[in-house]
Design a protein. Structure first.
Length: 134
């Protein structure tokens, strides 16, 4: 009797995690440039609700394993506009995502601002030997 109970408990312990893992669904797709149709690699894909994310591969494909329910995906990179997609995940899902490049002047401005240093100030030696900004 004890052996039978122990065997049942052991079976539950082994197969229970497999059942939990089986609840994940696949969200996959291909990301392309809206104008050229070329695949976009290195684009970040993140589910805002779970925090799970990935980066698109060289052929623009991505794959996420998520729990069923509300999904809010963000697609973004430094060169492309943020695109968001929300849906209720009930089964494995595949979709095509077309993203738009940032306007050239906007990209240059954002890039320039991200590398802009603080205002330049003169440095002078303080009497105690330390550098001082004026």
């Amino acid at each position: 009797m004890k052996t039978e109970t122990l065997l049942r408990m052991l079976t539950l312990l082994v197969f229970f995690p497999l059942c939990l893992n089986g609840q994940n669904l696949t969200v996959s797709g291909k990301i392309t440039d809206r104008i050229t149709g070329n695949a976009i690699s290195q684009l970040t894909v993140v589910d805002k609700n779970s925090g799970i994310g990935t980066i698109s591969s060289f052929d623009g494909s991505f794959l996420l394993l998520l729990m069923p329910g509300e999904v809010a995906l963000d697609f973004f990179s430094a060169e492309y506009e943020l695109q968001s997609v929300s849906f209720d995940l009930k089964r494995d899902t595949f979709f095509q995502v077309n993203v738009s490049r940032l306007k050239a002047d906007r990209f240059r401005r954002e890039k320039k601002e991200s590398f802009r240093s603080t205002e330049q100030r003169e440095m002078a030696h303080h009497p105690d030997g330390h550098l001082q900004f004026r």
